[in-house]
Design a binder for this molecule. Sequence first.
Ligand code: HEM
Length: 523
Amino acid sequence: MYASTALDSISSLVSVLAVTSFFLLSYVRSVISWRNRRRGRPLPPGPAPLPVIGNLLDMPETRKWLGFQDLCTKYGGIVYLNVLGNHILAINDTSMAQELLEKRSANTCSRPSSVVIPLVGNDVSFSIMPYGQWWRDHRRAFWQVFHPGAMRGYRDTVRAFLHEFMRNTVSSPEGVEQYLYGMFAAIILKVLYGLDADEEGGELIDKIHESISCTTSVMISKHAVDIFPALRHVPAWVPGAGFQRAFAECKAAVEYARDMPFAKMQTFLSEGKLGGTSSALAALLARIDDTVDSAERAYAEDTVKNVGLTTFEAGPDTSFSILQAVFLAMSLYPEVLKKAQAELDAVVGPHRLPDFEDREALVYVNAIIKEALRWHVVTPLSVPHCTLEDDVFNGYFIPAGTTILPNVWAMLHDPAVYEDPEEFRPERFLRDGVPDPTVRDPYLFVFGYGRRICPGRHFADDLLYITIATVLHVFDIGPPLDEGGQPIKVKYEQTDALVTSVKDCRCVVQPRSEQARALIFGA
Ligand code: HEM
């Protein structure tokens, strides 16, 4: 009995020693490998890390773009943080961002990996996929239907929904925000699937919106499972594992958003209610080679489905957010609205609505669009990129797997470049009444960088231009009024999110004149 107890103690000791040696060896190996990779080169500047948690306490909590701006002011154009072993590089400097994200795009075009995203089913969105063949196939498919030459084909749809938006706004002006979001979502639904936002379509849009809100809130929140990935195996009934239920609900919403409109489109196609190339996704389906085997066909169809989901996630919220800012800016800066209307009267005249062909002549309206993109940066830290390989930049070691956050907000609010950056002032982009090419152009920043640059930017630009020009042509926009009829001063504030919106954009919207009203209802 004693002999067996002694043997048990020895074998436990051996196990403990084996486990300890394994961890020690792994640690020593990782230290050696880290030293070999760095070869004495320093990491970029940043606050000193603490043991184990690194710079966790230096990581900005909310409105990260402001915190990173402060850190970069202290440490230079770039700042490096190590948060629980994750390498993070924030960039405030435009030329450094250009060098790393454009010139070295081959190495900086991936996305940070996440434990949570697959759990909510959103790993099929190509805006989040890591660099590789899967992402390339999706991006290529998207580009086939959203390249600049394809834009003309969508303009009638855009005009039709814009006219409906204007009529709804005149009929019940208090619903303007809701109609605006509904318009962008309905345009995307029609362009992608050929489906109308009728009652059923409206429900589809609500559900799709729900899935987007849920995934974006999951993506920006902190989760224990991101730090301890093994927690993903804990069943939902275990106390403290309520996150599993929330993730499952989110996953169901994402699957609905991906599958339902697509299935509806396929039914309509098979019933002959839609032409084979009547929508962007129908056109992509029509391109799938008939001779491919069933596995390849399934992959190609899945790609088309995922392109639909990604477009819905990336398109309406961003465009809507810019329009919110324009409505608010017009009510805060009436002189800007008056100047735009004077230009529209001179170029377009009172008897018709603006069209795409008017764009070049509408210099001030174009300056308003640029200023809106600068003033209200929809994605202040862009969308994070991630490095594939170790790199050396300006003598600093940038490890593989580093998350790169270009602080686009800081670049577009630099007082050395834009005087009084908090003011909405389209004139900053003009000199002697024509565009000034020497002023930093927000278009070069707000749509991201390199191989990941927003592939929907041509569509977005078309949407923004025609909506803004038309709205300013026919509507007066003023501040909201209190019960005594006095104007309420609304303050511009941005929400704290990956895709931000304007917190409060209440305003009074009404036709500029009887002639404008006639134009709206005659359209
Ligand atoms: C004002 C409107 C918009 C802004 C400011 C905007 C901005 C951005 C930004 C900053 C990125 C990330 C780029 C990067 O990682 O470097 C992005 C990605 C993307 N955007 Fe947009 N976007 C807008 C509208 C749209 C629209 C209307 C669509 C669709 C029609 C769209 C589709 C996409 C897609 C699919 C991606 C993912 C690209 C990838 O990861 O490969 N965007 N957008």
